[in-house]
Ligand binder design. Structure first.
Ligand SMILES: [Zn+2]
Ligand SMILES: [Zn+2]
Length: 100
């Protein structure tokens, strides 16, 4: 069995670069915060494919589970112009997993 090393991609500049003044989920213009689709705790990287800008209420939903990760990843994939599966793979790769 292969040993998986969690080597998270860290990039503060990317977090800054991805900042927007509106919520990418509901379009609200208020208190927008960057959210990691794959959480930092689970090894999610600071890459464009893993960052989405959310208003406070969507952000709370994302962390409580009422806003599903699938939905957020679909938003990111659409924004980056890639398929959902490709966005998923890019994130797994940034988390140190081997992705075919
Ligand atoms: Zn929102
Ligand atoms: Zn968050």
């Amino acid at each position: 069995m292969e040993c998986i090393k969690h080597k998270r991609v860290k990039d503060r500049k990317m977090i800054k670069a991805m900042r927007k003044d509106y919520c990418e989920r509901c379009g609200a213009y208020a208190n927008i915060e960057p959210h990691h689709v794959f959480t930092v705790g689970s090894g999610g990287g600071d890459i464009a494919m893993n960052l989405v800008q959310l208003c406070t209420s969507c952000h709370i939903g994302a962390h409580s589970g009422s806003v599903k990760r699938d939905e957020l990843l679909a938003i990111v994939a659409r924004r980056e112009g890639v398929k959902y599966e490709d966005a998923y793979r890019a994130n797994r790769r940034a988390m140190g997993y081997r992705v075919d």
